[in-house]
Design a protein around this ligand. Structure first.
Ligand code: FAD
Ligand code: NAG
Length: 547
């Protein structure tokens, strides 16, 4: 039988891992990438193509290396835990080279339409029309994996900002921000306190005269580093934490976690306190610099903007800032699939997908969306699991439930999310595709048959089980068993802490452990002296007359 052909649209991270998943399952992938290179969003360019996602020059990833890597290709030990985008690209190139993925990619080729063939109900085949340098071509595929990302279309809600048309300064979306030089000495407003908003406010504040950070809701701010300086995601994304979430009342968890974050800096005093609680439904912002820039007065936190004036803005609390040179809208993204107009509808930034992957109404499950999620963790490991599951469904090795059951599942998920997103919590585009990290990965892993069984692990390999349960939920865990099992997974898990520490060992530190005896001796001497004093005072009356 001829190998089934799969079209992979886009060669960002999700595209790369999808190509690999196809190869692992013996499918024949053809990847179409409209730009001239791999990496998608992570490939920084001063002037990127209009329809490719784009980042600023200084972007450092907010998930740590052990949490974001591909599950059978650990990031080299000497790479830093939080990588600059150039380093991430280096890793992606290593991955593509190691698994020999480049030869499947057609660069400078845009997918223009993807349409069901007439015999789709029987074959599940697609007509894929591509365009290369103005020339169109059509080909037939047995499966399609959409890996076009969801950070491409800038969401610029100008309608919500009356007066913007008369504002004479410059304004633009965060996707068009590249570097801070040109804003030196300027007065800037950054709107939005997501990861981009916080990052840009901090970066601009180093050279700008003044930065105002306008936020409607506020945000919980988490640092990249946690206890002992370990990446904080390695501490809170664990099966153990997930277990706690199941048994400890949510209000108590919220209280403890918020207390911890407020110990870094008090969110109320700093004007950042959101109305929503920290754990579920919130999406915290990762920023190390923001509190410092606020206490230095370089960033002033403001409420939402009520309206713009010719040269400034009036905020919802009635305060006014004038002489504003520039406004950056860090207001997020929306997604669309122009090439799929006929068979998939995006309404209010929502699409109905079973487990965020399969459209439920197709006669054959041969179309999937990879990475169309907003996890509280890294997208990469999720994209990989989705790809592993999808390719097995393509091959008929795994079955999907009936359309009505899938729709019921989607509706149930949506209702759960709606319940969690507190009614006061303003809906923003990204929350429509937000998922719980470990929950979701376990779910997809289960469907694929690769979820590690903790119980049997504890019986057979307790050392490994302890690290799997208490340690960071790293992607290698999903390579311990089942289809796609990788022999290196156990070792990768047991050595993950070494790889975290390794890049920090750039200065040999001798054993200068300070002698702890000194303080103890001092305390013991103090205690004895105190005792003697008290003792002699209490004896004093009876000694009267003798001395
Ligand atoms: C500023 C910023 C910071 C981020 N930081 C993090 C982070 O710290 N951690 C994290 O996990 N995620 C982060 N993300 C999310 C990011 O989207 C993912 O990390 C990841 O890059 C998504 O990969 P992707 O392959 O889905 O999409 P992309 O990287 O966007 O790649 C999509 C590719 O598809 C191509 N394409 C699109 N349409 C077509 C077409 N019709 N035909 C052919 N090719 C097409 C594009 O050219 C592109 O190369 C960040 C996003 C932004 C905007
Ligand atoms: C990291 O930043 C991106 C882009 O702003 C965001 O989508 C993602 O949710 C962030 N991840 C975490 C763990 O906060």
């Amino acid at each position: 039988m001829a190998k089934r052909r799969v079209a992979v649209i886009g060669a960002g991270v999700c595209g790369l891992s999808s190509i690999k998943c196809c190869l692992d399952e013996g499918l024949e992938p053809t990847c179409f990438e409209q730009s001239g290179d791999i990496g998608g969003l992570w490939r920084f360019e001063e002037f990127p193509e209009r329809d490719r996602a784009s980042i600023y020059k200084s972007v450092i990833i907010n998930s740590s290396k052990e949490m974001m890597c591909f599950s059978d290709f650990p990031i080299p030990a000497e790479f830093p835990n939080f990588m600059h985008n150039s380093k991430i690209m280096e890793y992606f190139r290593m991955y593509a080279e190691h698994f020999d993925l480049l030869k499947y990619i057609h660069f400078k080729t845009t997918v223009v339409t993807v349409a069901k063939r007439l015999d789709f109900p029987i074959t599940g085949q697609w007509d894929v029309v591509t365009e290369t340098e103005g020339k169109q071509e059509s080909a037939i595929f047995d499966g399609v994996m959409v890996c076009t990302g969801h950070h491409t279309n800038a969401h610029l809600p100008l309608d919500s900002f009356p007066g913007i048309e008369k504002f004479t300064g410059r304004y633009f979306h965060s996707r068009d921000y590249k570097s801070p030089q040109e804003f030196s000495g300027k007065r800037a407003i950054v709107i939005g306190i997501g990861n981009s908003g916080a990052d840009l406010a901090v970066e601009l504040s180093h050279t700008a005269e003044q930065v105002f950070l306008s936020t409607r809701q506020g945000a919980w701010i988490v640092k990249r580093t946690g206890e002992d300086g370990y990446p904080s995601d390695t501490a809170y994304i664990t099966h153990y934490m997930e277990f706690l979430r199941c048994i400890v009342p949510l209000s108590l968890l919220n209280y403890l976690a918020e207390k911890k974050l407020n110990a870094n800096f008090n969110h109320e005093i700093y004007g950042l306190q959101p109305r929503h609680r920290l754990i579920i439904p919130s999406h915290p912002t990762v920023s190390d610099g923001l509190p410092n820039r606020i206490i230095s007065g370089k960033v002033l936190v403001k409420p939402n903007i009520r309206e713009f004036t010719n040269t400034g803005a009036i905020f919802e609390d009635g305060t006014r800032e004038e002489d504003i040179d520039v406004v950056v809208f860090a207001t997020g993204y929306s997604f669309s699939f122009p090439f799929l107009e006929d068979c998939i509808k995006v309404v209010e930034n929502q699409v109905s997908l079973y487990k965020y992957v399969f459209p439920p109404h197709l006669e054959k499950p041969t179309l999937v969306f990879i990475g169309l999620i907003q996890p509280l963790g890294s997208i990469m490991p999720i994209a990989e699991l989705q790809g592993r599951w999808a390719t097995r469904v393509f091959k008929g090795l795994n079955q999907l439930p009936s359309a009505s059951n899938m729709v019921a599942d989607i509706t149930q998920k949506r209702e759960e999310m709606a319940k969690r997103i507190h009614f006061r919590y303003v809906k923003s585009p990204r929350h429509t595709i937000q998922v719980d990290y470990i929950d979701y990965m376990d779910e997809v892993a289960c469907l694929t048959g690769v979820k590690p069984s903790l119980l049997s692990l504890f019986l057979m390999d307790p050392k490994l089980a302890l690290e799997v349960f208490f340690g960071p939920c790293t992607p290698y865990q999903y390579r311990l068993r089942g289809p796609g099992k990788w022999d290196g997974a156990r070792k990768a898990i047991l050595t993950q802490r070494e790889r975290i520490i390794k890049p920090l060992k750039t200065r040999a530190v001798g054993d200068y452990t300070h002698h702890t005896l000194g303080p103890y001796l001092f305390m013991i001497v103090c205690a004895i002296t105190l005792f003697v004093i008290i003792f002699s005072y209490s004896l004093a009356p009876s000694l009267n007359g003798y001395i």
